[in-house]
Design a protein around this ligand. Sequence first.
Ligand code: NAI
Ligand code: MG
Length: 498
Amino acid sequence: MFATIKTPTGREYEQPLGLFINGEWVAAKEGQTFEVINPTNEEVITSVQEATEPDVDAAVAAARAAFEGEWSDVTPTNRGKMMMKLAELMEENIELLTEVESLDNGKNLNQARFDIQSAAGCIRYYGGWADKIHGKVIDTQPGTFNFTKSEPIGVCGQIIPWNFPMLMWAWKIGPAIATGNTIVLKTAEQTPLSALVAATLINKAGFPKGVINIISGLGKTAGAAISSHMGIDKVAFTGSTATGRTIMKSAADSNLKKVTLELGGKSPNIIFNDADIDHAVDWANLGIFFNHGQTCCAGSRIYVQEGIYDEFVAKFKERITKNVVGDPFDNSTFQGPQVSQLQFDRIMSYIEHGKAEGATVECGGERHGDKGYFIKPTIFSNVTMDMKIMQEEIFGPVASIAKFKTVEEIAKIGNGTPYGLAAAVHTKDLNTALQLTDKLKAGTIWVNCYNMLHYALPFGGFKESGIGRELGKEALSNYLQVKTVAINMGGHNVFIGK
Ligand code: NAI
Ligand code: MG
């Protein structure tokens, strides 16, 4: 159930391969495994146990037993302590987790380390919330006493993607566990390894068995078994809008489990004539090329006001020549490979569409090297609103740039896709910034920056970018249900009055 793996730095470690169910490493009941690929060299790293429906059933049974049993006796303060211990253990293992993340996902070591640090921070932040969740007393009329309780929902299914494997793990586990739920979490089939390594810390942190179950598996089998499961009370998902729809349908067709979704985006990054152009170029670069463009809130639509359009495009092109593409284990690397062959093919096909639709390729537009899923940072200019590359989420290192004239025009264009995850405005004029923060329909709006996420700040989508908010205090409500208790103190019929 473990393999000895050597990372490119020469570190040898024991990689768990099993399913982490009821506090133990177990094999998949139907005996299936799937291969884990290193996107840098396309080689197989190892194979992990593949959960299918019977394994999901076992994980749900363990989560249910914990929820009804031992976990329900743990005080909120002790829940918080376990979470803080888990955060501490993650930090103690940060170098190992960083290397595993880079190996499996392809993101560079510095970024992976930042992800793990933020993941630990997120678990600690929610650990702090665990004993600060309570109901209210609500006065209605004499002779009554009414109060509410905020109770956990129960067994939660959580399905996460591959772009930020450890960060998504923490964003999901944090609020669910702080509020007293138990969970069955399925990682993405492209990147199961870091979550399994982190799962070895769960027992050490003191969680009772069955509270946190971590399984590897495919979407169509294990993922579908979670979203349709009659024993799961809530499902939380991050990934594509198409899969989000499928999950919501199967929740509706099964037990109407509660659903929260964090989905795709096509976020506008809007740069005005009066912006500090060099800063705007840096933020635009980070906005789209950070994490190889595999970011749900990526600033993939860059709109530049006409007075600085030509200068911006020239400076942006120049800036991205400094983005070193290559081995994620090389410290100078900014951009590693895309996560999989499938993602590589999808992105290349969008690039071909952009060319065919007549957008100008300012740079990139082709693969980088001949091994690994590397794509050159690509900039398309003169992109019109109707082009596929301006409407659809590409999820790769591809920026689409267009020109605009006025605040009114850009507000309309900015809102011109079915998505509404994020947006950014670069300007020195406070009025312009505030007009747009009002008009743009997006869950997060950055002013003079991009991708400034923090676990204390709520994050989520307007429109087809999702339902519910992750992070911050807001995320707690995704995992709580309110129970109202109304007491008649006087013995008379308070319903119709005296
Ligand atoms: P996906 O949404 O299909 O996969 C994400 C997760 O959902 C994985 O754990 C997968 O196993 C699971 N899943 C897949 N089908 C499922 C089903 N029928 N029932 C339950 N779970 C299921 O995304 P995929 O195919 O990896 O990427 C496709 C596109 O999705 C990307 O090109 C990108 O545009 C978008 N995406 C967005 C993400 C975000 O952070 N919003 C993250 C990953 C992908
Ligand atoms: Mg991989």
